[in-house]
Design a protein around this ligand. Structure first.
Ligand SMILES: Cc1cc2nc3c(=O)[nH]c(=O)nc-3n(C[C@H](O)[C@H](O)[C@H](O)COP(=O)(O)OP(=O)(O)OC[C@H]3O[C@@H](n4cnc5c(N)ncnc54)[C@H](O)[C@@H]3O)c2cc1C
Length: 461
């Protein structure tokens, strides 16, 4: 039984009393419900997406039914000296939406989506696929990521990259206002004129730092019919494919966002590029010709899809209702690239995957440029506006090679990293995630969370 199924069954049921008086008092205060250590369902309720964090033991999980519940939980935390940790989709790479002894403020019940004229209000606990599906039924969309069960809150607060980002910008770039419960329990609306400093910080400053967001208002875009492509090459042409892709993808027209993956799995070694274009298939075929003419691709295919079909395609799902990403064991490190990779650097990537033939390992390159890079670095807290692309080095087991490759790549990378691929091993994370925006983020933190109530090992200091 998954967490949501569990919640459906558990709604309205009282907390089974573990001998924790203060937590029981919280449970009585909330319109939602609380699952405490020792209560039935606790093992399911504590789970994040990554099984590496199954050993974390929060004191309780508070399922907040509305913004007032979030306020009550934050005030209860202050009164009882308990750290309150927000959780939306639970996909933090560092497990930062949980922790030993904390109370998790789970916002998954705040998942409403309501569409207005050119905008949409989205509850902080909505999953991406639910957002795409509801918006599509009104003929609109927002740019988000590809994983269907990522939470909108974690995604938007840290940036939010996906297959429409080079055209419509990051998810954060489309936030018009934010409702957030700050450390003193106040519920604030932040936008360009109200609490503009906090509004700025909530667009790229990263989840879990400034308060608990209860909802966002986004600017929406008409959901277009799109053309997608996929190109696969024989593995021995991997280096040529990477070289051609990096020369092409960050400089393509805005309407085309594309990625390149180097993958080792049980079926062999794969080099694949895929992308989404807002335009016709015939135009897309012409655009990708420089890529498709490299080497001797084994597959070159294009397709026309409705916008929602495209989101389901990238999520690997047949329909929104049954779309889940499944839990897994996962670790990753990442970089931003601001100058084309040399032949030597490309060989490091290709060789690292080749060594994993027969097991699982993957390196993902995501093209930036376009609308993302035209936003000035200081306009939002998201500073990575001159990257050509990001790289993620990922593994589901035998994680040691990630550090070896990461070390070998140091001379070839920018020193920056995406805060949504949060990396507990990253020593220089303050600079890597925030660069020149760090000092301003620290000022916002001091103003809205002077006692550092919202803290984790990589929170804004
Ligand atoms: C399988 C997978 C695929 C991904 N694909 C993409 C992608 O395509 N594009 C992309 O940009 N990123 C992607 N990511 C990264 C993703 O954006 C981050 O992991 C993001 O932080 C997850 O958000 P969440 O709400 O699901 O996670 P959570 O673990 O719930 O939250 C992440 C952080 O935000 C905080 N937080 C959660 N809710 C709130 C709230 N309401 N208010 C304030 N803070 C809050 C948490 O405390 C935590 O620190 C992917 C991650 C995974 C695991």
């Amino acid at each position: 039984m998954d967490r949501r199924a569990f919640l459906g069954l558990a709604a309205g049921t009282a907390l089974r009393p573990a001998a924790d008086g203060p937590v029981q008092a919280l449970a009585h205060e909330l319109d939602g419900h609380v699952v405490a250590q020792g209560a039935s369902g606790y093992a399911a309720a504590l789970r994040l997406w990554d099984t590496r964090f199954d050993d974390l033991r929060p004191r309780a999980i508070a399922y907040c039914a509305n913004a007032a519940d979030v306020q009550r939980t934050v005030r209860w935390g202050r009164a009882n000296g308990v750290r309150i940790v927000p959780r939306s989709g639970g996909h933090s790479y560092g497990g930062y939406s949980s922790g030993d002894g904390v109370v998790v403020a789970d916002v998954s019940l705040l998942h409403g989506v309501s569409v207005g004229a050119g905008n949409a209000a989205v509850g902080a606990g909505a999953t991406l696929i639910a957002v795409y599906a509801e918006l599509a039924s009104h003929g609109v969309t927002i740019p988000g990521g590809s994983c269907p069960t990522v939470g909108i809150a974690g995604l938007a607060l840290g940036g939010g990259y996906g297959f429409a980002s080079r055209l419509y910008g990051l998810t954060a770039d489309n936030v018009r206002s934010v409702r957030i419960v700050t450390a003193d329990g106040s519920l604030l609306t932040c936008d360009a004129s109200m609490h503009p400093d906090l509004f700025w910080a909530c667009r790229g400053g990263g989840g879990g730092n400034f308060g608990i967001v209860t909802s966002f208002t986004f600017t929406t875009h008409p959901a277009p019919t799109v053309s997608t492509y996929e190109i696969q090459w024989p593995w021995k042409q991997a280096a040529s494919a990477v070289a051609a892709w990096q020369a092409f993808a960050p400089h393509a027209p805005d309407a085309l966002t594309s990625v390149l993956d180097l993958i080792a799995d049980a079926t062999g070694l794969h080099v694949v590029s895929a992308g989404q274009y807002v335009g016709t298939q015939s135009r897309l075929k012409k655009l990708i010709a420089p890529l498709a003419s490299v080497g001797t691709p084994t597959i070159v295919k294009t397709t026309t899809l409705t916008y929602l079909e495209a989101m389901l395609h990238w999520a690997g799902c047949r329909d929104a209702a049954s779309c889940t990403s499944g839990r897994t064991t996962f670790d990753a490190r990442s970089d931003y690239i601001d100058a084309p990779l040399s032949r030597e650097a490309i060989s490091l990537l290709v060789d690292a995957i080749e060594k994993h033939k027969g097991s699982t390992a993957a390196i993902y390159l995501d093209a930036y440029g376009g609308t993302i890079n035209r936003v000035p670095k200081a306009a939002t807290a998201f500073v990575h506006r001159d990257a050509l692309f990001s790289i993620q080095y990922t593994a589901n087991a035998s994680f040691g090679w990630l550090d070896t490759l990461y070390a070998a790549m140091r001379p070839h990378v920018s020193g920056y990293a995406y805060q949504n691929y949060i990396d507990p091993k990253l020593a220089s994370w303050q600079h890597a995630y925030y660069g020149a925006n760090l000092a301003r983020l620290q000022a916002v933190k001091r103003k809205y969370d002077p006692d550092n109530a919202f803290r984790f090992s990589q929170s804004i200091p």
